[in-house]
Design a protein around this ligand. Sequence first.
Ligand SMILES: Cc1cc2nc3c(=O)[nH]c(=O)nc-3n(C[C@H](O)[C@H](O)[C@H](O)COP(=O)(O)OP(=O)(O)OC[C@H]3O[C@@H](n4cnc5c(N)ncnc54)[C@H](O)[C@@H]3O)c2cc1C
Ligand SMILES: *[C@@H]1O[C@H](CO)[C@@H](O)[C@H](O)[C@H]1NC(C)=O
Ligand SMILES: *[C@@H]1O[C@H](CO)[C@@H](O)[C@H](O)[C@H]1NC(C)=O
Length: 530
Amino acid sequence: MAKKVAVIGGGSSGLCVIKCCLDEGLEPTCFESSDDIGGLWRFKDPEADRASIYKSVIINTSKEMMCFSDYPIPEEFPNYMHNSKIMEYFRMYAKHFNLLKYIRLKTKVCSVQKRPDFPSTGQWDVVTETDGKKESSIFDGILVCTGHHTHPHMPLHCFPGIDKFKGHYFHSRDYKHPFEFSGKRVVVIGIGNSGGDLAVEISHTAEQVFLSTRRGAWVLNRVGDEGYPVDIVLTSRAKAFFSQQMTKSMVNAWAEKRLNARFNHSHYSLRPQHRILNQHPTINDDLPNRIISGRVLVKPNIREFTETAAIFEDGTKENIDVVVFATGYSFSFPFLENCVRVVENEVSLYKFVFPPHLEKPTLAIIGLVQPLGAIMPISEMQARWATRVLTGLAKLPSASDMMADITQKKVDMAKRYVKSPRHTIQVDFVEYMDEVACQAGVKPSLPSLFLTDPKLAWEVFFGPCTPYQYRLEGPGKWDGARKAILTQQERILKPMKTRVVKDSPNQASVPFLFKLIGIVALFAVVLAYF
Ligand SMILES: Cc1cc2nc3c(=O)[nH]c(=O)nc-3n(C[C@H](O)[C@H](O)[C@H](O)COP(=O)(O)OP(=O)(O)OC[C@H]3O[C@@H](n4cnc5c(N)ncnc54)[C@H](O)[C@@H]3O)c2cc1C
Ligand SMILES: *[C@@H]1O[C@H](CO)[C@@H](O)[C@H](O)[C@H]1NC(C)=O
Ligand SMILES: *[C@@H]1O[C@H](CO)[C@@H](O)[C@H](O)[C@H]1NC(C)=O
């Protein structure tokens, strides 16, 4: 009999988890507390249990890097999609793989508890609530997909005087539109991705925006070299391979030099003390434009508030009407009780997925990572592994080996990143995808690919590390993967080909030179492998 699996949450992670369950012959039931799928990406006025976005959000990961591995995003869709377009893709995915019939909407999971015979069966009692009515059912496995951008982190205790402040203050999660700030003086606290985005958008209507930051930030542009999406340019096996050969400080120097070439971070009061690899980067295309036009002024941390003003740590004082706390999120799993403990965003999970101390590995957390890249293909990869553990086809190491791995990861993270609740679930995209892919038996084998299919191997190694690479071999192999990889370049350019242009003929010799250098480099790499 097929094992029954409860999938908690019907956002992008929940959707691909349902599909992976079906692929492995499991019987999924997905519980979604709201009245529709899509999770965070479905724009709506704020709801209690659900993450929330503002009207204009455009994703910061490009379409070829964020898609599910066996379902490319249509070629005519833009590289960086508006949230409505992303929802369109998720709905297409759900329809194509016929996932909707496994989802129970408006059904909240209230508690998940081990059954008394858990040590032998690994089964769970799940209590759900629909329209105020509670129901209890038994499941063989639990896959938790509740996201980690739901609960606002708002450190009011760090801002003396905020209780006296007469203006309006709120968390970035509750921001929806810019027009209510027309003519106001606004301070945005925090220069993560949300803080940067909100400062830019509000600065189009406000009288003045101040962007307050303790540490500063390195700012990346969505539009990378030659106009390619920045993640397409930066996320490749070749880049990962070559940067492993260099010291961290060489990589830092190279990357910082390039960012400073766009605009000198010192001149824009943004330069942080830390190096670029030590903090989760901020992606923002417009921030330097808003700073150079004076609409956004970068300020240090706020020391205290008065009834009408903010006093910054450099002693300057500005009258303020509105404060936006873009201070991030905290996550928790209230329905799991004692199985997964979270303290200030610190959690102990084997490869960010499995609690190490369960008698049976029948519970996994999906999507609880902060990658330098897209979350969707990572959730999918985790799900491919987790479903194989549920069926028994993949095995976990002993609890003590898992704990050792968890501890090592924490040590590495503490060494690399500035200490902050923001940096507890950081992963590098290619390295982490490969690590989980090894567990699921789907990591592409490059040396044999170079011998059997050099054209494909070339694109896999030098091209962007797109999710299709993990469908070339192993369980869940997809026949369309090769073609998807060889046509990804066309899908990137297609949506912008909206007017016929003629290239001048004397530009043609340059790409040939690049190819020649590439071929030489390829030989060097193949030699290095053997
Ligand atoms: C402003 C913003 C921009 C972002 N931009 C990007 C980006 O560019 N690229 C990227 O990869 N990521 C981005 N993210 C991260 C984002 O979290 C992921 O893209 C993605 O939404 C994660 O999907 P998820 O399914 O794991 O979680 P969610 O989308 O949060 O979905 C979780 C679902 O679980 C449901 N749920 C929660 N608790 C329960 C319960 N007890 N019972 C039943 N259902 C429950 C919720 O209703 C929700 O539908 C961004 C986040 C924010 C806040
Ligand atoms: C940026 O500006 C600082 C201060 O003016 C200067 O020392 C530094 O050399 C500049 N960096 C670059 C890359 O131009
Ligand atoms: C994109 O933005 C979200 C939220 O604003 C952030 O959590 C994520 O890290 C960003 N992605 C990258 C690759 O920087």
